[in-house]
Write a protein that binds this ligand. Structure first.
Ligand code: PBG
Length: 353
């Protein structure tokens, strides 16, 4: 054998770490927190072992648990006490996220991000104001007509389900509301806002609203490439944000597309996005890579609820080792080009670092 090139040489103890190309740090991670105005006690989220919906009173304590692991930032999601057709509780000064933010920032210097969307706040569960045609369907009992499909599969349409889609959300009237939500979050102490409603023009509308309210230093992390994905199922249980009828195919992206993600990213950059996010992460690592190559701005990836739940489910059956599968997942997301990762594994992984 005359092998002059032997890649194995670099894999020896000691050298392996010296030549490793990617490292994971606790400061790259953002941990999701669910604050629930309808409960007085912590409620475990069954499909996301280790995660809970916490009452407003417990929000600061929950964040404390997270920062103790070394994770320095959180993203806050709210479950409101009531819902209506426009999601008005999303921008209420005494809304669940706003109250939680005041508590959290009083007690902790964690970097606090908020998800800006309406689906948890609207009675129909869509991410904005219903378009006329959809409103008619909704008022005529579309939820029952759809046979509760949203419940069965966690709200994602699934690639093979044929839902009647149509135009569900009215884009431009929704923009105004998103501006109000983002501003109220910033007023309550959010350090960064993260619009996830997949509304065209959302970044520009939010930037203008924030600037108008003297929040020009509050950055926007846009869910720029957000796919209509089956992997959001557990989240929609956790945050109670499933569409009551229809699906999100007219506003979230088609999993078949990657060039389109770049167009979305370009639009968001033009409108002033500071950080660009791809979501989900693992099934879309090609998109993470292309977005990273496209822009010199920071790229985030959302390792979503379904990605978390599936590793837990397999580990529970003894089919893989949870800790190493989690570490490998996050490392892969970074290797693909993400600078920051939103993940339900944040605390677990940070503890091991
Ligand atoms: C709100 C929102 C969703 C997620 C984050 N923000 C749900 C959705 O778009 O349907 C999903 C996150 C996850 O699955 O972990 N629009």
């Amino acid at each position: 054998m005359n092998l002059t090139r032997r890649p194995r040489r670099l894999r020896q103890d000691g050298l392996r770490d010296l030549v490793s190309e990617t490292t994971l740090e606790a400061s790259d991670l953002i941990a999701p927190v669910f604050v629930d105005a309808t409960t007085e006690e912590r409620v475990p989220i069954e499909s996301m072992p280790g995660h809970e919906r916490v009452p407003v009173d417990e929000a600061a304590a929950r964040v404390e648990e997270i920062t103790e692991t070394g994770v320095e930032s959180v993203i806050v999601f709210g479950i409101p006490e009531s819902k209506d057709d426009r999601g008005t509780r999303a921008w209420a000064d005494d809304g669940v996220v706003q109250r939680a933010l005041r508590r959290i920032t009083d007690e902790n210097d964690v970097f606090c991000i908020t998800d800006v969307c309406l689906c948890e706040y609207t009675d129909h569960g869509h991410c904005g104001v219903l378009a006329e045609e959809a409103r008619e369907r909704w008022e005529n009992g579309a939820a029952e007509a759809d046979g509760g499909v949203a419940e069965v599969d966690g709200g994602a349409a699934g690639l093979h389900e044929q839902h009647e889609t149509g135009l569900t959300v009215d884009n431009d009237t929704t923009l105004d509301l998103l501006g109000k939500v983002a501003t109220s979050h910033a007023d309550a102490g959010a350090d960064m806002v993260a619009p996830s409603s997949a509304t065209d023009g959302m970044v520009g509308a939010i930037r203008a609203a924030l600037d108008d309210a003297d929040h020009m230093d509050i950055p926007i992390m846009s869910y720029a490439a957000k796919y209509e994905s089956s992997f959001y199922g557990p989240f929609r249980d956790a945050a109670d944000g499933s569409p009551a009828f229809g699906d999100r195919r007219h506003y979230q992206m088609d999993p078949a597309n990657a060039d389109e993600a770049l167009r979305e990213v370009d639009l968001d950059v033009d409108q002033g996005a500071d950080v660009l996010m791809v979501k989900p992460a693992l099934p879309y690592l090609d998109v993470v890579r292309r977005v990273d190559e496209r822009t010199d701005q920071p790229v985030a990836a959302y390792n979503v609820s379904g990605e978390y739940a599936m590793l837990h489910a397999a580990a529970e059956k003894g089919w893989l080792d949870l800790d190493s599968a989690a570490d490998e997942s996050l490392l892969s997301i970074k290797r693909a080009g993400a600078d920051l990762i939103l993940t339900y594994f944040a605390e677990d992984v940070a503890k091991r670092l």
